[in-house]
Each structure stands twice: as structure tokens, then as C-alpha cells.
Design a protein around this ligand. Sequence first.
Ligand code: R5P
Length: 348
Amino acid sequence: MDSTTIVRTKGERGAMSIMACDSGRAFATRIIQHLNEIIQNETHSLPLRLIHSEEITFSNGEVKTVIHENVRGDDHYIVQCIDDPLSEKSVNDNLMALLTAINAAFQSDADSITAVIPQFPYSRQERKKTRECITAKQVAQFIEVSGANRVITLDVHAEAIMGFFTTAKLENLHASNYIIKHFKENYSANDLVITAADVGGAERARYYSKTLHAHLAIVDKARDYSKKSVISSMRLVGDVDGKDVLIPDDMISTGGTIINAVKLLKDKGAQKIYVTCSLPFFNEPAVELLSKAYEEGLIAKVIGTDAVFHGPEFVKNTPWYDEVTIAPLFAEVIYNINQKRSVSELLK
Ligand code: R5P
């Protein structure tokens, strides 16, 4: 063990300790780096490091988590990035790994267990339209039943998911302020119009438009839910003719929504189009679609956060992509929770 670091730091709530599932390790390391800056400034105590734990996958695909250090009585945080583009593990593998990690902490008698999951899985399945499951609620129940007291996530797709928890609390962080700051510092736009890619994104777009003092437009998108990822119609409410556009979305999955919105905006006379998203999943065929759109001059830049981490090589080799780290926000929220301080200002 490194004698210059400590495993936990004493907070108002109890000793804080941080653990990561395999796919959450990179993000957890960045959170710890920022937590240590806060801890150094506030208490001058020794820096934190990750709790030693192990995710074991058996030959039949079953998974279990073993914690190799004492966490009894801790205010314990478990970091997992469920959709991990740098691993072969599926969303379901990583969800199951998270549940086993939560239960390992519960069985190890941690006082409080917080699942730090920047990507809330199954968040687009929060209501039913026919004879189907409400999987987002099942996920909330699985997390609670495994032993978690709290969940910290980022721009959860449907805020109704907060109400799916009975005993655990959900803290929903927003990437908007970090992305807006980055945009203001690194880009200059002419006569900017903030455009929601669909009606569901109107509130976020309104926040961007207020903060950046820019006009607002909305793409009204109708989906054909009888087919997978099929959009049946799109129309623009607002004016983008001759103007630069910024589209703030919560996530880019296949890229279909963004590409369709961008094509419509170009038809309506938009100049440079910037796209921002909290969760750049880039599931197939998003990278191909976005690369093509960039080459054809449809998109100027896509700005995403490291809540979905594509690695430094991807960022270096992808001219249309720019990454903002959101780990400092998670570090601040975790620190405030541990100190029993308000987090309201940080949730805006
Ligand atoms: C839609 O409601 C969301 O805000 C995203 O625009 C959508 O889920 C992205 O999915 P895709 O990239 O597959 O169109």
C-alpha cells in the first residue's frame, strides 16, 4: 500500500470511501483527483485513493464484486459508467456489475452507499406505450434492493425516474454550465440560435438560450414507436436563417435525431451548427454519421462530456469531437454530501 495516501477521509456523514467497478475506474480516478484538490484546500489532510476491489467474471458470464478492504461504517461511493465504449462489456454486464458492487458494500456494512452512475441505464424506458416493461423503474428497484441509499447521475433522460425510488434519493446533475463555459471560452458564434433537437429538449435549450443571451428555436420531432429508432416527421419552430446554431441534447445514441435536425436546420438556412450533449454514447452508426456530416460541412463541432469516456486517442483523432470533463462537478457534489452541505447550487 502507498504510505502517502489514505483510503478515506473523515466527513460530517462519516468516513468517505470511493470504489469503482471496472468500467467506472477511469471516471472514478478523475473524480478522486478533484476530490483531493478540494480536500487539500479545505482540510489539508492526506489524499484519498480508490478502495481496492475486484470484479470477477466467471466463465458462464456471471459476475461478482469482492471488496478487499474494510468499509464498515463508511459513507461509501461506487462509481460505474454503464455504457463503456472502451470495453467489451455490455450495458447489462455493467449494470449487473454495479448491483453486485452495491451489494458487496451492503454486505460489508458500509453506513451509506451511493451509486455514482453518470449514465442512468434504460432511462428511455420510463413509461409504457403498449404491452411493455417500464425498465427504468425496474433499474431503480434493483439498485435499491441491492442496498444503495442514494444515486448520483447526470442529466437523466426522464426526470420522472426520480419518483421511481422509494427509499434511495436521486441527485440529478446537469452538464449545461460546464459545457456553456467551455463553449464561451473556446468558440465564437454569430447571431447564435439555441435549437432543441426535439420538444423534450426544450427546457435545456431554454436554459442555454437564457445563459448565452441567444434566441431559441425548437425542432418538433415525431417518432414512429412501432419501429426501432425511426423518426416519422420533423418541423422547425423558430428562425435560423443566416444564423449559427447550437443544439444542446442530453444524449447522442445512434446520431439519428441530431443528423435529421441538422439537415432540417441547414435547409432552413443555418450557418455553423454546433452540437452539445451530456452523454455522447455514439452507439452504431453515430460515429460514421457524424464524421460524414462533419466532412459535408453540416456540423462544425460536437461537444460532449467524459461521462461517456472514449479515451484520449478518440478525442485526438476525431476532428469533429471536443470533450469537456464533468468529473469536478461529481467531486464537488460528493464532497458536499459527505459534509452534509447543500448541493442545490451545484444541481443547476
Ligand atoms: C431524445 O429524446 C433524446 O434527447 C435524444 O435526442 C435521443 O435519444 C438520441 O438518440 P439517437 O441519437 O439514437 O437519435
